[in-house]
Design a protein around this ligand. Sequence first.
Ligand code: ADP
Ligand code: MG
Length: 315
Amino acid sequence: MKKYVSSISLILAIGLLCSCNSANTATEFLLDTVVTITADCDEETLSGAFALCREYDKLFSAKDDGSEISALNRGETKEVSKDTAELIEKATEYSALSGGRFDLTIYPLTVLWDFKNEIVPSKDEIAAALNSVDYESVKVEGTRVITGGKKIDLGAIAKGYITDKVLEYLKENGAKNGIINLGGNVYVFGDKEYNIGIKKPYSEENAAVLKLKNKTASTSGVYERYFEKDNIKYHHIIDPKTGYPAKSDLLSATVICDNSAMADAFSTICILKGKEEALDFIENTKGAEAIFIDETYKLSFTKGIKQEGEFLILR
Ligand code: ADP
Ligand code: MG
C-alpha cells in the first residue's frame, strides 16, 4: 500500500481570499507534490511564483540528474549557486543542532528505501549505506561545497526554503495577502486569519483546526509516504543511526514559526526525536510552537497554543 497525502488542508481559505479584490489562485503538480498559491496579485506575478518553484526544483532535486545537487552527488563539481549553498549550509546547521538525527547526507539510505516498488532493503545494503552518511563531512565555503564524498538529500527542508523564497517574491511584487501551500508546507501572509486543517493520520479527517495569521506551518507525518509489508509500516523519515524508518511515538508533528525552511526541517526533527524530546525541543526554540499527534492519536501542543473547542489558537 502506498500513500502520499498532504497533512495540512486550507479550510475555506482560498475562497475567502478570492472573494476580495483581484486575488488570483492556481494549482500545479510540482516538487513531487501539489502546489497551490493564492495571492492578491496579477496573473503574471502568480505564474512567476510557479516558475520560481520550478527553478528551485531544478537546483535542489536529488532525483533530477540535471540538478546542482545531483552534480555535487556525482562529484562533478564543488561550485554551486548562492541559493544552493545557502540551503546546504542551513541543512548542515540543522543536522548539527539535531545531533545528527536530521542528516542532509541521508541520500544513500533514501534511495535504498524504494516506496514506489515497496522494497525493504537487505541488512547488508543498509549497513553499507549507513557507512556513507555523515553530515560532519559537508563544509560550505561561500558558494563552494565540500561533500567529502557524501551524497545530499534536501527533501526534508527544500520545500520550506522554496516557500520562503516564494513569499519574498510575492511581497516584492506587491502582494499583501496570500497563501502559499507547497504540499503541506504552508505560509499564510498578510492581515487575515486562516483556518488550517491538521490531518488525522491515515485519514481524510482533520484532527484539529489551527487559526493562523502571518505564519508558516509545516507538518511531517509517518503516514505521508509509506508502504506496508508483513504488517509493518515502513515510512519515509529515516533514522540515520539505524538506517530504518524512525521508530517514533509520534505520527505527526506540525511546527509553526516565521521561517518555513526551519518549520520544514524542525517538523522532521520532531518525528525523529519522539514526543517528549520534541516538546522540550520546541519549547526551547524561540519563536516556534508545535502540535503533535502521538501513536494513540492524542493531540498535544506547546505552551504558546491554546485550545478552544475544535480550534487551536496561537496566544
Ligand atoms: P515531506 O517532504 O514528505 O513533507 P519531510 O519534510 O518530513 O516530509 O521530509 C521527508 C524527506 O526527507 C524524505 O522523503 C527524505 O527525502 C528526507 N529524509 C528522510 N529522513 C531524513 C533524515 N533523517 N534527515 C534528513 N532528511 C531526511
Ligand atoms: Mg520536513
